[in-house]
Design a protein around this ligand. Sequence first.
Ligand SMILES: [Mn+2]
Length: 286
Amino acid sequence: MPDPLANGVGTPSASTGSQPTDAGLQVSDASERLPASAHSHSVRMIHTSDVHVGTGFALDESGREEALVFMETIVNAATDLDADLVVIAGDFFDNNRVKEPLVQATAEIISATEKPVVILPGNHDPFMSGSMYQRFAHHFADNVHIFDSPDGTLFSLDDIGVQIWGQAHASYDDFSPADASPAWRGDTERPFWRIAMAHGSAVGFDGRLSFGYRIEEEHLADLEAHYVALGHLDRHGQTGPPGTTAFYSGAPGLLKGFTLVDLQPHGVNVQPILFDALERGEAPAR
Ligand SMILES: [Mn+2]
């Protein structure tokens, strides 16, 4: 079995790049097919990825795994910021050998919020026979939705007016994580926000051209999503062609924060929120 770590781009320590300094990015929805103004409701979402619970080496002063502390902070922020949902775009766990007590502790943190938490398995934590998502599924409460098919699945969160599409990594092999046709295609009547998730290397982001798990520009456009929540590359930033709104959240271990997405009738607002700013009470009101 190939070592999933051999890819070398999924771990926080592997990344470089400047920290974001923009305090907020207003992204107008350039796609005439997807006018944000067609929506009368607003949705606030927390987007994170590449949390890598289970590395076992990044511990805080009390001996708790840092990734777990980050996740607890993010879940608490979802309450404090009045977010409607949390999405985790791959490599939530560092590997499929994470022991049950740690999976259980992690599941308890994200199950404690009653908000929807949507998990896309990545190349470190593929959804496959014997993976902890299958062995320990009983620890995750009903608010947690886990993508389980490489061909794509559509979750409909009717209460908050959101549809979420994603293709799960389901093996350690190379994989095109955003090449399927979303199940919302052709469904133009439903006034739901369309959120796609994908875990891979968007061609062009940080000058990348030839890494595995390729996400082509035309894949991002063809998703016809109002927002694409990306993971796998650890720096926060936007990618994709004009008319798309696709962001890497930034790994919490690198960014020391998460990405806040406000889907509003006048457009989509995306901003990185740093844990330090939260502690100082500087987070934006909804
Ligand atoms: Mn990855």
